[in-house]
Design a protein around this ligand. Sequence first.
Ligand code: PLP
Length: 401
Amino acid sequence: MSYPLSARLDRFSPSASVAAKARVTELLAQGRDVLDFTAGEPDLDSPALAIEAAHAAALAGHTRYTATSGTPLLKRAVQRKFQRDNGLDYALNEIIVGAGAKQLIYTAFSCTVDAGDEVIIPAPYWVSYPDVVQLNGGVPVIVPCPDAQGFKITPAQLQAAITPRTKWLVLNTPNNPSGAIYSQAELQGLCEVLVRHPQVWLMTDEIYEHFNYLGQALAAPARLAPELKARTLVINGVSKAYAMTGWRIGFAGGPAPLINAMDKLMSQSVGGAAGINQAAAAAALNDGASFVAHAAGLFASRRELIMQRLNSVPGLHCRPIEGAFYAYPNCAGLLGKRTPGGQVLNSDLDVRNYLLEAANVAVLHGAAYGLSPYLRLSFATSTEVIEDGCQRIKAACEALA
Ligand code: PLP
């Protein structure tokens, strides 16, 4: 039977990380002792103050539709957050709230990308960017940024990638999966290129901003080059910093005409995010600093552990992780090796499959993030899982010939 599915659906693939997570859940249900390094979310409970705020909001009757762009309460909290953490001043009509950063990224591309428009995406990248661009008829222009250059796009690479059709540069800092954080000097260099190309907009996805192991505050392009503020969209949300992935609240700051367009599109698609969840997010942004500091401290110690353990595995090399909660070791040293079963490992996908089958360790492969040969391991998991998992990975790699 043929189903009436649109041709649009053929333009993109489902998220590799969502698919990997589903596979792990399936294996666990079969009783396999799998250690899971695929999760892109903190292994913490949401802050009690957010849960209490949600409860209070529900009891107070905040159970109805909200304005599409977000409740005044949350928009004011976001306004203060941008001012406090990023030194950015946004009026309330320059702020929009959505059902997760993902939805806002989708909406921003949907509002701006026409058929054939190009979006520059440095690789490795968060899995969804290229698919969302393609779904909206755009062309992702992938720029490889290997570990030798710190996983970051250089001004020369950016300049070379820009064409008259370029609509956006997407910068995700700290980066999923590499952890890379752009320093002020690096951003300055990129801003100088962007200033010369007025057709190019800048999207900065800063959802991991609080997991920063360099000890320097993130620089904001809109402050480094104020003329860019009128074409910069800053994306953020409460999912990662406040362990609130399931509440589905993201937010963005940008020029009012773009925010209005996003509001218009969302008014005919999802509508406003759940009011109760917005109340919880506002409480987290206003009063959750100690929660974030605790989570960041926890991830910092796990980061040390996983880097040390992975660098003791023959064939893996993990450069110092700058931010977020992922290790992205290079696995070139494993390629060409033979498994005890006689299979030659030819790609990072082969390595991923070998580790799952031989060691019961679930990781993601670099190809899913646009840059091979690497593996992605989330360290938003317990130290016991990190210790045990890395031990298993080491034994499996030592068994290769
Ligand atoms: N941006 C990046 C870089 C991410 O890694 C993720 C989630 O994994 C998101 C955006 C989506 O976040 P949200 O849960 O707010 O939709």
